[in-house]
Design a protein around this ligand. Structure first.
Ligand SMILES: C[S@@+](CC[C@H](N)C(=O)[O-])C[C@H]1O[C@@H](n2cnc3c(N)ncnc32)[C@H](O)[C@@H]1O
Length: 261
């Protein structure tokens, strides 16, 4: 596996990428879209979807009649749709128009970027006065095993999560960014900042756990470099597939704030 952008550990050209975007949409679109719906977004709105991934959120915004710019460093997975413009764009290095958008959304992007505070300010400048920013981000520091069929299953799951955390740390990701995002948004000048934490019960059928199983494959080379073995990864997969397995999800924070009018 190769990575082409410092700070971002996944790769949309990886053969597992479509599955990653499918799992992300299944696990998190219900939360993200409910929060976006509360803004009243619809016809006449100019929206920016940053790090659009598989494009499910951008597509939903366009289906509501908004005009949507979907950006990504690797935008190949964003399908075309009426009202949707797709742009290859690096949110760290490339400019964004100023005071252009009524709504800017990014999910699980700034977490990965060492330059996240600078990017946050760039996103805020791209909002019209009175416009809304929604950041949806993880806090990966919480996520205990609740039930496992065997002690080895619980241990393999925990070792997998710990290796992933080390890997994220080494890449410059902030695995606690979800809990910090609201305070950063206030410090950057947004008002009406409103963070909502969400946790779920995970079992073998949960899309969130399917996303983790996916990570054992997509990130295999990096996880092995971070100290795991293929046997350990397989035990973690067996644990997550077992009908008795239960864990609490990591915390998913959806945070909205408004640029002062
Ligand atoms: C974890 S995925 C999340 C995808 C999508 N936002 C979602 O939640 O379903 C992160 C996305 O951000 C993109 N990305 C990473 N670094 C980026 C950058 N510097 N500029 C723009 N997009 C970036 C990746 O290519 C990937 O599609």
């Amino acid at each position: 596996m190769t990575t082409t952008h410092e700070g971002y550990v996944f790769d949309n050209r990886n053969l597992h990428a479509a599955e990653q975007h499918h799992c992300l949409a299944a696990a998190y679109d219900p939360i993200t879209l409910a929060r976006l719906e509360s803004t009243g977004v619809g016809p006449g709105w100019q929206c920016l979807e940053v790090g659009a991934g598989g494009g499910s959120v951008a597509r939903w915004l366009a289906d509501r009649g908004a005009s949507v710019l979907a950006t990504d460093i690797e935008p190949e997975h964003v399908p075309p749709a009426a009202g949707l413009t797709v742009l290859r764009h690096d949110v760290v290095r490339d400019p964004l128009p100023e005071a252009e958008f009524d709504l800017v959304h990014a999910r699980l992007v700034l977490l990965h970027l060492p330059e996240r505070e600078q990017v946050l300010r760039k996103l805020i400048r791209s909002l019209k006065p009175g416009g809304l920013l929604q950041l949806d981000e993880f806090d990966l520091d919480y996520g205990p095993v609740l039930l496992a069929a065997r002690p080895a299953h619980a241990a393999a799951y925990e070792e997998f999560l710990a290796a992933k955390e080390r890997m994220f740390d080494e890449a410059g990701a902030d695995r606690r960014w979800g809990r910090r995002a609201a305070a950063s948004m206030v410090a950057a000048g947004l008002v009406e900042v409103d963070p909502v934490p969400v946790v779920r019960r995970w079992d073998a059928d949960s899309p969130g756990l399917r996303l983790l199983v996916h990570h054992t494959r997509h990130l295999r080379d990096r996880l092995v470099a971070a100290g795991l073995t293929d046997a350990g990864l397989q035990t973690a997969r067996d644990a997550m597939a077992h009908p008795a397995f239960r864990a609490t999800s990591c915390v998913f924070y959806t945070v909205q704030g408004r640029r002062p009018a």
